[in-house]
Design a binder for this molecule. Sequence first.
Ligand code: IMP
Ligand code: MG
Length: 177
Amino acid sequence: MERAIERVLISAEEIERHVAEIGKQISRDFEGKDPIFVGVLKGCFIFMADLMRHVSINCSMDFMAVSSYKGTTSTGAVKINKDLNEDVEGRHLILVEDILDSGVTLNYLKNYLMVRHPASISIATLMDKPARRKAEVYADYSCFEIPDAFVVGYGLDYNERYRNLPYIGVLKPEIYS
Ligand code: IMP
Ligand code: MG
């Protein structure tokens, strides 16, 4: 598996440090607000699991599963495969994503959830690729700003593989072809 990786972009130790930091920051910002963390599956699963262990306030968790159609003729359409179980009216939502790329997915989700009248919607992302942004959406909490490269590991996949790598790596170009 690791032979497919060109280089390590972010080590496991570095991830641990930054995730702990935003966990503390969110705990300060949402003290007494009982937020709901909304994980966007599948990419969020390792990040969210680690992040939650650094959140020290009362909160709950829920998950959504989405898929986006991205081909060459991208319509920006996002399909909801699993919706929330909890009622979010009047609640503070924190969307947890693996990576903010074009922003199409999170922009869609924000609008989709807004009509349920939550008290607020914030975004926590492990990585942000600002160079590729198409939609007007910004992360409130971001661990790493990265260049425009396709990365895998720590929950992120290429064709469903490499999610189990403990670090963030850049794939070798020949893997794509
Ligand atoms: P967006 O709608 O373009 O912001 O896409 C966000 C989703 O695309 C993420 O949740 C990932 O699932 C996927 N994605 C974007 N960039 C990468 C990457 O470099 N590696 C793996 N998945 C990515
Ligand atoms: Mg994802």
